[in-house]
Ligand binder design. Structure first.
Ligand SMILES: [Mn+2]
Length: 334
């Protein structure tokens, strides 16, 4: 793994006291894990960090939030607090718009913004950044930074948060982006006391019956195209309601579809409302899918990307699938 230059970031951290940490909307295990790890580490450095996210906390990650360190950003409630911030650290996101509503209120603050991330970066929005697409998770970069500052402050809570980031972003060490470094890091986290079985259970074995019902409904409706290389499905708000589930319950559904033999690309179309659809694109490593997502103003990693349209579900499916088919046809898949 390439070694990164942390000098400027460390300088900024050392000379700051009130440090704001934030991540992308609909945060995942890497966004939240990186935030929690870094928050706890900064606390131990005698800093005064605060986590403010545009989105609400995700209940699957409750074990990261035992002492309620995560706050959902509220323009009125946090107005005064923002004025006292001396440094902003943005994790697991490299475009300002993906920060959600907090983004507009960070811009006017006259403080440095640091970005630490592993997404492809389009244009540099940040004063100072370490962005590396080759690492499995942002948590890997946070661990590197911690080791650079002083590894003595590591503890089991920090390790658990870092482990969460690397485990969730690699699909529990199954996806294409699982590197030797990710595995080594997992081992090191175990030496700090992390129990992989406990973290896995907390995140993935906590499902409600309603979510399984919805999954069952979805599995019956998978459509296969391109000789089984493309598998896609859609979910409407009505279906979610009929199962007694909530929108967030669809997280992880694409994983079930990727387990089908021969499937190379998975697309989930999730109706947010009658005028907006969220799409998740997943690839097993032969077809690059962030190109499709970018075409619809989204983005992400080569093999895991997303976008949101302002169309109905039917319109979205009709508009997007031709591009997916094309990307698959452009690649000779053995
Ligand atoms: Mn990530």
């Amino acid at each position: 793994m390439t070694k990164h230059n942390w000098k400027q970031i460390i300088q900024e951290i050392k000379r700051s006291k009130n440090i704001l940490i934030t991540t992308h909307i609909n945060p995942d295990g890497d966004g939240l894990g990186s935030e929690a790890a870094f928050y706890r580490y900064l606390k131990k450095m005698d800093k005064n960090p605060i986590i403010l996210n545009s989105s609400a906390f995700v209940k699957e990650y409750a074990f990261l939030n035992e002492d309620e360190i995560f706050n959902q950003y509220d323009k009125v409630k946090h107005k005064k607090l923002l004025r006292g911030i001396d440094l902003i650290i943005i994790l697991d996101v490299s475009s300002m718009s993906r920060l959600g509503k907090i983004h507009h209120d960070l811009d006017p603050l006259d403080v440095n913004m640091i970005c630490i991330d592993h997404h492809p970066n389009h244009g540099n929005f940040f004063n100072i950044s370490v962005i590396d697409e080759t690492v499995s998770a942002t948590a890997c970069l946070i661990y590197e930074l911690i080791k650079e500052i002083s590894p003595e402050l590591m503890d089991v809570k920090i390790a658990e948060a870092l482990y969460t980031g690397v485990m969730t972003d690699t699909g529990s060490f199954r996806y294409e982006n699982t590197t030797p470094h990710a595995m080594e890091m997992a081992i090191e986290m175990m030496h700090y006391g992390v129990k992989p079985s406990v973290v896995y259970r907390d995140i993935y074995e906590n499902k409600k019956p309603a979510q399984m019902k919805l999954l069952g409904m979805m599995l019956q409706k998978i459509k296969f195209e391109e000789d089984g290389k493309l598998a896609w499905f859609s979910i409407t708000q009505e279906q979610i309601k009929s199962c007694g589930a909530v929108t967030g319950d669809v997280d992880g559904f694409t994983d079930y579809v990727r387990s089908i033999k021969g499937v190379e690309v998975i697309v989930m179309f999730l109706e947010i409302n009658k005028k907006s659809v969220r799409m998740n694109f997943r690839s097993k490593g032969k077809v690059i899918v962030n190109r499709i997502a970018e075409k619809f103003n989204g983005g992400g990693h080569k093999f895991a990307a997303g976008a949101i349209t302002k169309l109905t579900l039917d319109e979205t499916v009709k508009k997007v699938l031709p591009d997916v088919r094309n990307e698959i046809r452009n690649v000779v898949i053995k």
